[in-house]
Design a protein around this ligand. Sequence first.
Ligand code: MTE
Length: 319
Amino acid sequence: MFVHDRPAWRLPERAVTPEAQWLDRRKLVAGMMAAGLLPAAAAAGTAKTGDAGPAGLPRLDARRTIATDETPTPLAAVAGYNNFYEFGLGKDDPARNAHRLKPSPWTVTVGGLVKQPLTIDVDRWIARAPLEERIYRLRCVEGWSMVIPWVGVPLAGLVKAAEPLGSANYVRFTTLADKGQMPGLRVPALDWPYREGLRLDEAMHPLSFLAVGLYGRRLPNQNGAPLRLVVPWKYGFKSIKSIVAIDFVERQPKTSWAMAQPREYGFYSNVNPDMPHPRWSQATERRIGEFRKRPTLVFNGYAEEVAHLYRGMDLKRFF
Ligand code: MTE
């Protein structure tokens, strides 16, 4: 079992960046920088992998490629206030129950309409992949948000490695569904397994990211170990966790939340302050750790990078 390494995966030489001072945000690279547009020299040398990382989880050396001058949300909240219904519906259930998940060894299959089906041994892959660190905002549809330093690789590299056929228009992601490891599966809160999807051009966008870590360490189980999706301009529920399958398909795939409540959650799920959820406004959000509310930004603040993907689309209809 192996991953086909292809040139498209590879970044310029990896810059190893030890000893984070996570809370000294003044030292972070100011401003958002579009992935792929960032000169390597500007990116290198700022990422840190210090001891503030999740205790007991292996460290990951990564080159910082995207940052923000916003304060990263404290690790205790990132790993203690979660949605991961496979481990319970309460925000603190995943941190309490996710120790049952065995994230290693772990295999992800990449298939469907592709020339190169892949079987990824995640541990081997993490050891060899040119990891990047990206500090992204995560905006939950429930009205809270966080700023999280993820470690991972651009999703586009995996898409290119699989060589999708011309008929592949969408990518479908599937989470593990194992009752032995995931006590929440006994509750039919969602139609298990958890499923998500992206249009192929969304998956190819340089901001779309497969995270294997946060705060310089492997992902805590409750955050979706060993591999999860992060699509920063979409509501957090698109960030499917603990992925076991990635399939390229012709038609728009069914996604868990849209199946459960189609009036409330659409396939696109772009952060949109002008499009209220049927039961509440999306105009403001509360950053975890703050009291004040701040205005929700269109596409979660990433409009400059992604608005062109939706040109000509009525985003109230395709929500
Ligand atoms: N993935 C799976 N498999 N199961 C889930 O319940 N919840 C989603 C998303 N991914 C979820 C999931 C929701 S609603 C959110 S807001 C984010 O994970 C939360 O990610 P975090 O807990 O790492 O902040």
